[in-house]
Design a protein around this ligand. Structure first.
Ligand SMILES: [Zn+2]
Length: 449
């Protein structure tokens, strides 16, 4: 028996596969079948008439820092460059605890769902108290979101030439044993998993060579994915030159990180020959368009990387740099950036949507099951709300209209076969209480009485 049938939809199922006026059937937590107007759909327990609206795979957020919800739009830091911005916020983030991480993850996931995201990673690299990622998994379970945690780490304090204060770094042995604990508690490599764990020393300038190398060794031993920030700021080039006498990419290669197991955030400043080498090595890259523009540090040339064979996904990045978490917005900004750099013929809504779905799924090593809606895929999809005013007059191409005429929000979001957003509202009943708790925690973290 089919559980949910969505009919009369413009289906964007995958790159190069769309069905106008189509239907899509969900059985349990998988896509069962799809069809066009000439094919009869199966009987279903629940039928949702999409009324001609666009249905896409759920968008995949391949880089985020959800705890930063607690310091969004923090006034003293809004005009700072990356390193100064981090140093202004580290003392506040030192106040993170179990309750604040739970509630900030909860609110971040609701916001992501409303923006059409059904799978998100999170790169949690601040660990002033133990077992904070456990709280993120608790929030993901309570909501029902597909979640890829990345156990981030910082080892190099200011006194050792790094950026963070000493109370935010950990020693390598503590980090490695916590990574191992998290993997055994939460990493599910099985098909259809709702939770996985990757290893993610934060960046070359705040993580030691030892933790980079030992994370790689552990990832190979336990078959895990690796993640870090790379080429995010020109200051990283200066740092690597003085610390390692080479560029960030060269150090990355020396440590053995250039492999298909790795996806990196940003990668704005490689040379053309470095991009060619990384493509050959098989790494994936996450472009974070809004965050990059907000902090004024340039942006990865995603189109060029895709042409060279690198799989490129999209990410919201930290809630305190982007100050919002809408994957629809990131998709639109990725399209705009591509057109600014390469002209209007080079990039349209479909290329951007491919990055936000297949591209993000490839970053997570998960594009066999998510990021598309082929039969057998995970039942993660979005029926996009059609704003009649915004879409008035847009009648020739529903995918282009979706990305050009927004802002667009999810009308219905389904994750693992469960409806988590309906009529543009989350189905969880705890949201009001969570927002109240989030407001209290934000005041505490920002030291506002
Ligand atoms: Zn980041």
């Amino acid at each position: 028996m089919i559980d949910i049938l969505i009919c009369d939809a413009h289906l964007y199922l995958d790159q190069d596969w769309e069905i106008p006026g189509g239907w899509i059937a969900i059985e349990k937590n998988r896509i069962h079948s799809v069809g066009g107007p000439q094919q009869s759909p199966p009987q279903a327990g629940r039928v949702i008439n999409a009324g001609g609206r666009l249905v896409t795979p759920g968008l995949v957020n391949a880089h985020h820092h959800m705890y930063q919800n607690l310091t969004r739009s923090y006034a003293p830091a809004t005009r700072l460059r990356l390193f100064a911005w981090l140093q202004a916020l580290y003392p506040l983030w030192a106040g993170l605890d179990a309750d604040s991480v739970y509630v900030s993850t909860y609110i971040a996931m609701i916001e992501l769902l409303l923006g059409g995201c059904t799978t998100s990673m999170d790169h949690m690299y601040i660990h002033p108290r133990p077992r904070l990622i456990d709280e993120q998994f608790r929030a993901a379970r309570d909501i029902g979101m597909r979640f890829y945690a990345t156990r981030g780490s910082m080892t190099r304090a200011q006194a050792d030439g790094g950026l963070p204060p000493s109370d935010l770094v950990q020693d390598e042995d503590t980090i490695l044993s916590d990574c191992e604990r998290l993997v055994s508690a939460f990493h599910d490599p099985a098909p259809g998993a709702m939770g996985r764990v990757a290893l993610g020393p934060v960046s070359m300038f705040s993580a030691s060579e030892r933790i980079m190398r030992e994370s790689l060794t552990m990832a190979e031993r336990l078959d895990l994915r690796l993640h870090t920030h790379l080429g995010e700021d020109m200051e990283e080039d200066d740092f690597c030159l003085s610390m390692y006498n080479c560029t960030p990419t060269e150090q990355f290669e020396r440590m053995g990180w250039a492999s298909p197991r790795t996806w990196v955030a940003h990668y704005i400043y490689p040379s053309p020959s470095e991009v060619t080498r990384m493509a050959k090595a098989g790494i994936s890259v996450v472009q974070c368009p809004s965050s990059n523009m907000m902090i004024g540090g340039g942006s990865a040339d995603a189109l060029d990387m895709r042409e060279r064979g690198i799989k490129v996904g999209l990410g919201c990045n930290g809630s305190a740099t982007t100050d919002h978490a809408s994957m629809w917005m990131e998709t639109r900004n990725a399209m705009l950036l591509g057109r600014v750099s390469h002209g209007p013929a080079a990039m349209g809504a479909r290329e951007a949507l491919d990055m936000a779905t297949r591209g993000g799924a490839a970053c997570l090593g998960w594009d066999d099951e998510i990021g598309h809606l082929r039969p057998g895929a995970c039942a993660d999809l979005v029926i996009w709300h059609a704003n009649e005013v915004a879409l008035a007059g847009a009648i020739t191409d529903p995918v282009e209209a979706w990305l050009r005429c927004g802002p667009a929000v999810a009308g219905t979001s389904i994750v693992n076969g469960r409806v988590l957003v309906e009529n543009c509202q989350p189905t969880m009943t705890a949201l009001k209480d969570m927002l109240r708790e989030h407001a209290q925690q934000a005041r505490r973290i920002q030291k506002i009485a």
